[in-house]
Design a protein around this ligand. Structure first.
Ligand code: BTN
Length: 279
């Protein structure tokens, strides 16, 4: 446990490590009461030689990050902010599906706890509210490469579990599991279940490729809707048809042309101008 950890937290190692059912993920577990970003902590542990499977969890983040340089609202005592360190022995070009596999594992974890969610490509987890679907979770995957290979992948997951209020700039777009499903949720249990679900998917991915994990993503996906994608400054509007084996989104525009969109370069929205990642 590191120096600024809080022993009494529900996310402290004593609470999380005992029920853990994984072989590798989370077997080295570091809990911080606060940090700037768990992804940054995981990256610096990776640079110092930490092994695959390290899990960093923080009770709060002062500079939590989302995709596309957005911030991730990370108050204390309410939610899950975690980063997994992975070292897949794969060419860098083959790791893109990992984000979707993590989203699929997250949605499955929630479904098994009775909470229906939908995944919006590439990584937004939406839950139902009286005002329509809102974002409750997201995934930020960051990779370090060496030539064509992978040195490490940091897979960061933010899940609004028990927040009951959001800052005004997020209030119309973000929600939490507690607000959506009307009950307080045990975040340590969700963490343990997510690690078990993701490890199974990850092992299958390493042994057989992404197909099975992508089936799981599709099962929870919000496909078949009109979407607007901003890719490298160009707007593409159309129907989100499916994903391919590389995790790219296939969008058919009004002219019937199918575009293949890579997650690293694209933002997906049904509303304009979201400045914070929870939106
Ligand atoms: C997104 O939807 O844009 C991705 C959000 C990812 C947030 C998580 S919280 C834990 C980890 N640490 C970070 O700084 N970001 C990710």
């Amino acid at each position: 446990m590191s120096q600024n950890a809080t022993a009494e937290s529900d996310l402290a190692p004593e609470a999380v490590c005992w029920p853990l059912r994984t072989v590798r993920l989370g077997r080295v577990y570091e809990f911080l009461s606060d940090c700037a970003s768990t992804n940054d902590v995981a990256r610096s542990r990776a640079a110092a030689g930490a092994a695959e499977g390290l899990v960093i969890v923080a009770d709060s983040q002062s500079a939590g990050r989302g995709r596309l340089g957005r911030s991730w609202h990370s108050p204390a005592g309410e939610n899950l902010y975690l980063s997994l360190l992975l070292r897949p022995a794969l060419p860098a070009r083959e790791v893109a599906p990992l984000t979707l596999l993590a989203g699929g594992a997250l949605a499955r974890t929630l479904a098994e706890a009775g909470m229906v969610s939908r995944l919006r490509w590439p990584n937004d987890l939406l839950v139902p509210t009286a005002n329509g679907p809102r974002k409750a979770g997201g995934i930020l995957t960051e990779m370090a490469t060496s030539g064509e290979g992978v040195r490490h992948v940091v897979l960061g997951v933010g899940l609004n579990v028990n927040s009951q209020a959001f800052p005004p700039e997020l209030a119309e777009r973000a929600t939490s599991l507690r607000l959506a499903f009307g009950r307080a949720i045990d975040r340590a249990r969700l963490l343990v279940e997510f690690l078990a679900a993701f490890e199974a998917t990850y092992d299958d991915f390493l042994a057989r490729g992404p197909a099975a994990g992508l089936v799981q993503w599709r099962r929870h996906a919000d496909l078949g809707r009109v979407c607007r994608i901003d890719q490298a400054g160009t707007q593409i509007e159309g129907i989100a048809l499916d994903i391919d084996d590389g995790g790219a989104l296939l969008v058919r525009d009004d002219a019937g042309r199918v575009h293949r969109l890579i997650s690293g370069d694209a933002s997906f929205s049904t509303t304009e101008g979201a400045g914070l990642a929870q939106g």
